[in-house]
Design a protein around this ligand. Structure first.
Ligand SMILES: Nc1nc2c(ncn2[C@@H]2O[C@H](COP(=O)(O)OP(=O)(O)OP(=O)(O)O)[C@@H](O)[C@H]2O)c(=O)[nH]1
Ligand SMILES: [Mg+2]
Ligand SMILES: [Zn+2]
Length: 336
């Protein structure tokens, strides 16, 4: 049961299971949710207050935005075991970058003022599945009369066709279009926004918050590239409930995942592969290949097949056999 002392954290997602987890990690600690990580410290929502907490000791795993941490004497002593972690390959390609913890939904934000790229949606979908979160595509800037804006309905139809099974929402913050859909998707869940700089992530945060909390910036004339206005990941509590994590724009989403997440992204291709005559079919001219047959029949496109192969190989080559999460040491164990 949630003790009355922690009830104030309920809107941020605190529940009975977290309460049990905290008790098993450190019964003397109070819980806090990481709102912001700024290098040397954290901004944390505690029951009834928001506090800055210096990271005086090294925690394993390192806390990420969205994490629940155990706090004792204004010190972060442990990261509670995560329910999910959104992560990608880091820029150097030699490790992973934690994007956000304990998330339920990933909004893949694409501006209609530039081409919607299938590869980005597939990669975003794969890392969402890797985290056990639901991907949703959000097409922004759907204002009908604006110049250089693709026809929103046509673009959405294309995305739905190219990515079967993924919900697509059309938004325009100026007109308030799509915000009700987003509120329904968010509910009381923890949701993160992912997309290129200038895609309109912070604008969605502001529209849902009903105030200009997050800074937004112009995009460049010509190619609609953003200016990397948002520089850190930050968690916001919505007025009607639900939690929204804004992130800085990212150019590339490298996978650190296993092939399962790719299979969930390409369920159509994956289900076909299951019906090939040979279990070890390489789908490269082997007899009885269901994928070759579907290609011939025009049921899948060669682009989609190539994307599936590429991401599957990338995932197979990544170090996904590592455990996803290492239990935090309890205070007693650490001091022993
Ligand atoms: N017309 C119109 N413009 C929008 C909409 N959403 C965002 N914009 C504009 O797009 C530009 C970029 O928006 P931001 O919200 O800052 O984009 P971002 O994805 O947060 O960008 P980074 O923080 O750099 O990653 C701003 O000039 C916004 O005003 C929309 O729905 N309609
Ligand atoms: Mg932003
Ligand atoms: Zn085959």
């Amino acid at each position: 049961m949630i003790g009355s002392a922690h009830r104030a954290l309920r809107p941020l997602g605190w529940d009975e299971d977290w309460e049990t987890t905290l008790a098993s990690v450190d019964p003397a600690a109070i819980p806090g949710r990481v709102l912001l990580h700024h290098g040397v410290g954290l901004v944390v929502a505690l029951p009834g207050s928001v506090a800055s907490i210096m990271l005086t000791q090294r925690l394993h795993p390192a806390p990420a935005v969205g994490d629940w941490i155990a706090v004792v004497d204004d010190e972060a002593v442990a990261v509670l075991p995560r329910r999910s972690l959104l992560r990608r390959r880091n820029a150097h390609g030699d490790g992973e970058q934690q994007l956000a913890a304990n998330i339920d939904v990933v909004l893949l934000v694409c501006g209609l003022d530039r081409p919607v790229k299938d590869g980005r949606i597939q990669r975003g979908t794969a890392i969402a599945h890797d985290a056990g979160a639901r991907p949703v595509v959000v097409l922004t800037k759907a204002s009908r009369d604006a110049e250089g804006i693709a026809d929103a309905a046509a673009a959405a139809a294309e995305v739905r066709q190219a990515h079967p099974g993924i919900e697509v929402v059309i938004t325009s913050v100026k007109e308030g279009e799509g915000l009700e859909d987003l509120r329904r998707i968010i509910g009381d869940r923890t949701v993160t926004l992912l997309g290129e700089s200038g895609a309109g992530k912070s604008s969605i945060v502001n529209a849902l918050l009903g105030s200009e909390v997050a800074a937004t910036g112009d995009v460049r004339e010509g190619d609609a590239k953003g200016r990397h206005t948002t520089t850190s990941r930050e968690l916001h509590l919505l007025p009607e409930g639900g939690v929204l994590i804004d992130t800085p724009g990212i150019r590339a989403v490298g996978l650190v995942t296993d092939t399962d997440a790719v299979a969930e992204t390409f369920t159509d291709v994956d289900e076909l592969a299951e019906t090939c005559r040979f279990a070890d079919c390489q789908h490269a001219g082997q007899p009885g290949c269901a994928i070759a047959a579907a290609l011939d029949a025009g049921e899948i496109t060669s682009d989609r097949l190539e994307a599936w192969r590429g991401l599957r190989d990338e995932a197979a080559g990544s170090s996904a056999s590592r455990p996803r999460w290492t239990p935090p040491p309890t205070r007693a164990r650490r001091r022993a």
